[in-house]
Ligand binder design. Structure first.
Ligand SMILES: [Zn+2]
Length: 293
């Protein structure tokens, strides 16, 4: 019967890009020492090796928009555990633990703000909240954001970082894909621009819906972007996947994303694109924006 019992505990490889704790830390990628404050000041990107850590939604939006212009909306939405889901810990218990950890009631923040003086609707996933998973609250907040874009004729910008649909809400999570996309269809008909920024990791139902439907899809360097993970695909088709499969650079080469932009340059680039798309720019040609990486 010995084979039934695992002798060594399975060590899970840490692929998350959470920022390590402590005043001083060691970069997970280049192993060089880093001061936490420096890392924060550099938008959670290692100044030595350019490794981009996941960024909390609040800081992401505050640094992306004009100083003190971000006004968060729909802050009180919480999931009601419609399926009374129990697996290990109760879903309600998981939600409350995640809320304390991420200082947010669900996995996204949305609101309005100014981008170099231009009023826009903006949102960002909080990957620290249950892996940025999308349940009914996330879907509703994104839909409300697009609805406000339509009402106020303002462009929308959304930063994604998500493991996909949240299994604890079953089909209700999956229907958020159709719900959010139907708002995007209305925006498209009204000619209101939507820019999607894909950050590490953007996968599952989020990648399979609004994240890939931007008028321009921008990716951060080396981000994992795809529907199923590489391990699952490799095991299903029983083939080894090509080098860099599902990373931003590979997707750019194969036409799945339009541009790769460093985190520090995203604010300028998105503003430039929106200026063209809303015809507030001298040039009408989107390809005038050089250089494309
Ligand atoms: Zn580094």
């Amino acid at each position: 019967m010995g084979w039934l019992f695992r002798k060594k505990p399975r060590v899970k490889k840490n692929t998350k890009r959470d920022v390590p704790d402590g005043l001083w830390t060691k970069c997970k990628s280049c192993q060089k020492p880093l001061i936490q404050e420096d890392l924060r000041a550099n938008l959670y990107v290692c100044p030595e090796c350019n490794y981009a850590y996941t960024m909390p939604a609040k800081e992401r939006l505050e640094s992306f928009l004009d100083k003190d212009s971000f006004e968060e909306l729909d802050t009180k939405f919480v999931s009601t555990d419609p399926l009374n889901f129990k697996w290990g810990k109760d879903y309600t218990e998981k939600l409350s633990t995640a809320a304390t950890k991420a200082q947010n009631l669900d996995a996204i923040r949305t609101g309005t703000g100014l981008l170099k003086g231009m009023p826009i609707q903006a949102g960002s996933f909080d990957f620290g909240f249950m892996g940025g998973s999308m349940g009914s609250v996330v879907g509703e907040k994104i839909s409300k954001m697009f609805e406000r874009s339509l009402e106020n004729l303002q462009p929308a910008v959304l930063f994604s970082a998500s493991g996909g649909a949240r299994m604890q809400e079953g089909i209700l999570s999956l229907m958020q894909m159709a719900k959010t996309c139907s708002w995007l269809e209305k925006m498209k008909k009204a000619g209101i621009p939507y820019i999607s920024v894909l950050t590490h990791p953007t996968t599952g139902g989020v990648a399979a819906s609004f994240s890939m439907l931007g008028d321009v899809n921008i990716a951060e360097p080396h981000a994992l972007i795809g529907f199923a993970g590489p391990r699952v695909i490799s095991q299903t088709i029983r083939q080894e996947l090509p080098e860099g499969f599902q990373r931003s650079e590979f997707l750019l080469e194969h036409g799945m994303v339009d541009q790769i932009v460093d985190r520090k340059d995203i604010r300028d680039r998105v503003h430039h694109l929106l200026a063209i798309l809303t015809k507030q720019h001298g040039s009408q040609d989107i390809h005038d924006i050089a250089p494309f990486k």
